[in-house]
Design a protein around this ligand. Structure first.
Ligand SMILES: [Zn+2]
Length: 151
């Protein structure tokens, strides 16, 4: 790779990073209500919460989606996510939580920077489980699908 090619690629990367809402929040260009942060993630309250304490966790390194994320970053974020969960539990004391993510637009990802949602839950809040996200009629035969995952 030539230096010129590298400059062009870095320019493209910076363009997209500078245009990223979450990168701007991480950089402090947009304020947030921080719940937790460490070297790997920033966790902040969602400004359009689904429930009291709805928190968004973003890696400090930009990845558009999970396919772009390396294993090391995944591992670091997993440890940090656990810490965020513990903090929310200690502060808000919910009865449970939904922890999940929308990976890529078809799954509802609105900001192209990997992020997880933690939605605190309380008894009687009227919410559903992860199973209520989609109920597709075209699910295939489980036994046939299992053959695609032979280990
Ligand atoms: Zn970003």
């Amino acid at each position: 790779m030539t230096n010129r090619t590298l400059e062009i690629l870095l320019g493209i990367r910076n363009f997209y990073m500078n245009d990223c809402l979450f990168c701007k929040i991480i950089a402090g260009q947009i304020p947030n209500y921080t719940v937790y942060q460490d070297d790997h993630v920033l966790a902040f309250l969602d400004i359009h919460p689904c429930a009291k304490g709805h928190t968004v966790i973003v890696p400090k390194k930009h990845f558009a989606d999970l396919q772009q994320m390396d294993s090391r970053s995944w591992s670091e974020c997993a440890i940090s996510i656990h810490k965020v969960i513990q903090k929310i539990q200690a502060v808000l004391k919910p009865d449970g939580m939904n922890i999940g993510m929308n990976d890529r637009p078809v799954a509802g990802q609105a900001v192209p920077h990997v992020h997880w949602h933690i939605i605190p839950r309380w008894s009687g809040d009227g919410g559903g489980s992860m199973h209520s996200i989609v109920r597709s009629k075209n699910v295939g035969e489980v036994k046939e699908l299992a053959q695609l995952f032979v280990v």
